[in-house]
Design a protein around this ligand. Structure first.
Ligand SMILES: Cc1cc2nc3c(=O)[nH]c(=O)nc-3n(C[C@H](O)[C@H](O)[C@H](O)COP(=O)(O)OP(=O)(O)OC[C@H]3O[C@@H](n4cnc5c(N)ncnc54)[C@H](O)[C@@H]3O)c2cc1C
Length: 811
């Protein structure tokens, strides 16, 4: 056994085998995989191993279609051919128009990744899958490349190639401990000796938290029992002359694929069970849970009704095994939050189909710091303090029960709600708030017109459209109040704080006391990494002179890790998170100043507290820090209040607001208003696939600064010229917004991808942002948007169609 290597990957299922193979592909060949038993002795060996292109966003589609290409190439390797039923085709069924709308959107989105889905009607489903009935069926989504693979052979093929490239694989070598040293390197303790290494990767499948505990990490991953059965031969399959396509059914929660001349049918029953919550038997190896088909009777009936042939067919094998889930159903692939040189590839619930792509993206992150796609949807840092195994188990059950029922826009499911709240949450609920969830926080979406108000789930504008319109119109004419909880707030102190930030931001970092500035941080490839406001708060009885670094709620761990990784011991900089201690109250609208003036002492006039100012003050008697910034485009104030005084500040503002008809508003009104102002959202419009020039952030870049992270790469990119540009579009449709991922076309060619879309209630425009081919990004260009399967025209317009001179917010 080697005693020193660069990377140790722990776990030899598909996750570990794909990672080690791809590390060698990225050029790192001094790498080791350690497996406690034999390769694939965890979940992988008994997987149904379906391999599909289907994903909910472009990163997922991209990594799955990469898996398919890789598996095809492996299967065709004459030295080690493996069994891969490539391109049997697969159908996701639908029995509601809303599901069909979703499929049309996913087809539009996948086209941008060169993946061709087809939305077909019920008759066509039955023509392609001769065993199904069309009762209660509207149609489905067809993936021509759907198939299944032999999981053990796949892992052996990856391991074989990795070994050939120089990697070492040690079987029957359980990892028993992990020690991290001062220089961030690791010792991996195994039953056969220690291995020193720079980087560790947790690919431990359902034993993820045994390995997590060895490094003091609690991963939000829980396991569910999951069953499928294999049937005897079915005559109709034998005689069909072609392999049956795969089926996935959101109506009755099962999937089905051909296995020899019979079927493999897997179930997602309502009466489902978590597994391993109280620890896992160390001898559970190559093992299964006891069969329990009684649990799936409800689902079985649906499967029998759809495929009557099943009723006359015997079952010869039942498989029941543990499968891992996370809070949102997508795996955790990337850096482990709060740790250096530690990565994970865990929580895979469709690891056979996706594993090729996950290992590919993870190896890129380990070797280059970033992957070719923005991987935020997989990033372990997207969950923060609320994300424990108990909450994960609740969400896992909910997700399992809805396996093939994708989330609709604005759908927030009930399990595990109230994970993060403020003292105002019950107050807002009593005011009639509908909540959305942001990084676990319950955030007001809008105020419901009546307690029983529940908009229809779907992809068209819903019944909340008029509610949001009236919140926006009220803000435009009067004043509104909104609680923005969970906003990421990092306090930076020390005499080197500005120099530290200057080395990270690609533009000017304001040092002026009492001033606020907006800026962008790049990764070392010159791509957009983060967006933050910098507020310089002078020394006071509340603390020394300090910077408040503010960024999106979801960025809490991401930004903290990035800032921490650039701290140097010889510099006077200290970093502290205030995210869970402070909440923002946003006061917006032309009467916002009058409300603030009557709730707080001091001069709040335009001259006394101009645009981009920050000041410590009191709202009533609640200590607060007020910033003159606006995300709505109206005159607005961000009022940052410690949670302990939040209710007091809220009461003072409500009281002061009585004379000005102050009303509450929520996140959906903010979303509409920010679209009208050209303001961008982190990880929707601001992604690591584009540089700041492509993203239209030229005014925030200062290339004549001595240095900043990503500068050299950015200069190179500037010389190469932009590939795409972020533009604002006016969509010629009134029934639905453009959703992130939708394709923009010119003739039959995809020339752009939508990042955000919403109705602008002040401009009466259906607006979208999109990255489009740079050559087509001029204002006035008219493209076609594939909006839920229809082509509608989309014209590029100037950003900020509402108050383009920004006079209202600066006034
Ligand atoms: C019944 C069933 C059907 C499924 N069907 C599909 C499907 O159709 N398509 C699909 O894509 N996915 C499917 N899945 C899911 C898929 O099988 C999993 O996502 C995938 O196998 C997970 O792989 P993994 O490498 O993450 O975990 P595992 O396969 O569990 O591998 C983890 C490895 O880590 C090792 N390990 C753990 N602790 C240590 C330690 N301390 N030291 C060293 N090694 C350690 C284990 O021994 C194990 O080999 C199915 C799952 C089940 C249960």
């Amino acid at each position: 056994m080697k005693t020193r290597t660069k990377v140790v990957v722990i776990g030899g299922g598909i996750a570990g085998c794909s990672t080690i193979y791809h590390l060698t592909q990225e050029g790192w060949t001094d790498v080791v995989l350690v497996e406690r038993n034999e390769l694939t002795s965890g979940t992988t060996w008994h997987s149904a191993a379906q391999v599909t292109n289907f994903g909910m966003n472009q990163t997922m589609v991209g990594l799955k279609s990469y898996s398919i290409r890789l598996y095809k190439e492996l299967a065709e390797d004459p030295d080690y051919p493996i069994n891969y039923h490539h391109a049997d085709g697969g159908i996701r069924l639908a029995n509601t128009e809303a599901q069909m709308q979703g499929y049309r959107h996913f087809a539009s989105m996948a086209r941008g990744m060169d993946v061709d889905f087809e939305v077909i009607d019920a008759q066509e489903c039955a023509r392609r899958h001769p065993l199904i009935s069309t009762d209660n069926l509207l149609g489905g989504l067809w993936d021509p490349l759907d198939g299944d693979i032999d999981p053990a052979q796949l892992c052996q093929a990856l391991a074989r190639r990795a070994r050939k490239a120089g990697a070492a694989i040690y079987r029957n070598s359980p990892v028993t401990g992990l020690t991290q040293h001062k220089d961030d390197t690791w010792t991996v303790h195994t039953e056969h000796g220690d291995i020193e290494c720079d980087i560790v990767v947790n690919a431990g499948g359902y034993r993820v938290n045994e390995i997590g505990a060895m490094m003091g990490v609690h991963h939000p991953v829980a396991s569910m029992e999951h069953q499928y059965f294999l049937t005897e031969e079915i005559q109709a399959i034998k005689e069909a002359g072609h392999r049956m396509p795969l089926l996935r059914c959101p109506i009755s929660d099962y999937y089905c694929r051909q296995e020899k001349n019979g079927l493999l049918v897997g179930f997602y029953e309502q009466d489902c069970k978590t597994w391993g919550m109280d620890g896992i038997d160390p001898h559970f190896v190559n093992a299964l849970c006891p069969d329990d088909l009684d649990r799936v009777t409800d689902v079985l009936e649906g499967a029998f009704a759809r495929m009557p042939a099943l009723m006359d067919t015997g079952i010869h094998t039942v498989i029941n095994g543990p499968i891992t889930y996370t809070i949102d159903g997508a795996p955790l692939v990337g850096p482990i939050p709060g740790k250096r040189n530690a990565f994970c590839i865990i929580g895979l619930r469709a690891g056979l189909g996706e594993g090729g792509g996950h290992g590919w993206l993870l190896a890129q992150q380990i070797v280059h710091g970033e992957a070719c796609y923005d991987t935020w949807c997989l990033d372990p840092r997207r969950f923060t303090g609320h994300a424990n195994v108990e909450l994960t188990a609740l969400k896992a059950i909910e997700d399992y029960q809805n396996e093939f029922r994708f989330h609709f826009p604005h759908e927030h499911r009930p399990a595990g709600r109230s994970a993060k709240t403020t003292p105002l949450t019950p107050i807002m609920a009593a005011e009639g708030a509908e909540f959305t969830v942001v990084n676990g926080w319950e955030r007001v979406d809008y105020i419901k017109p009546s307690p029983g108000f529940h908009p229809t789930l779907g992809f068209h504008f819903d019944e909340a459209f008029d509610v949001v319109a009236s919140e926006v119109q009220h803000i435009q004419a009067h004043v509104g109040l909104c609680e923005v909880n969970g906003f990421n707030r990092i306090e930076i102190t020390g005499s080197d704080r500005h120099a530290f930030l200057d080395g990270l931001f690609c533009g000017t970092v304001t040092k002026r006391k009492g001033r606020v500035g907006l800026g962008y941080l790049l990764n070392r490839h010159g791509m957009v990494k983060a967006e933050a406001t910098i507020a310089n708060i002078p020394a006071s009885d509340r603390g020394p002179a300090r910077v408040w670094y503010g960024s999106a709620a979801a960025s809490e761990y991401h930004d903290m890790d990035w800032l921490n990784s650039h701290l140097r011991p010889d510099k006077d900089v200290e970093i502290k998170s205030l995210t869970n201690d402070q909440t923002i109250l946003v006061l917006a609208g032309p009467k916002a100043r009058a409300v603030l003036q009557s709730a707080s002492r001091g001069d709040w006039s335009k001259e006394g507290f101009p645009w981009l100012s920050v000041r410590e003050t009191f709202i009533g008697y609640a200590p607060a820090t007020v910033m003159r910034v606006s995300f709505s485009g109206e005159l607005a104030y961000e009022i940052h209040v410690p949670n302990a005084s939040l209710y007091a500040a809220y009461l003072a503002l409500r009281d002061a607001g009585k004379a000005h008809d102050l009303r509450l508003f929520g996140a959906r009104a903010v979303e509409s208003m920010r679209m009208e102002k050209g303001f961008l959202h982190w990880k929707a419009d601001l992604i690591s696939e584009f540089d700041p020039f492509e993203t239209g952030l030229d005014r925030f870049v200062k290339l004549d600064k001595p240095d900043f992270v990503g500068k050299d790469a950015l200069i190179q990119r500037q010389n190469d010229g932009p590939r795409k540009k972020l533009v604002t579009l006016k969509i010629d449709a009134t029934h639905a917004p453009a959703y992130g991922g939708a394709s923009l076309m010119q003739g039959g060619t995809v020339v752009g991808t939508v990042t955000s879309g919403d109705w602008g209630h002040r401009s009466s425009l259906n607006l979208a942002y999109a990255f489009v081919d740079a050559a087509l990004s001029g204002e006035g260009t008219v493209l076609d948007l594939d909006l839920l399967g229809d082509r509608v025209s989309a014209e590029i317009i100037a950003p900020s169609p509402y108050d383009p001179g920004h006079t209202k917010m600066r006034g």
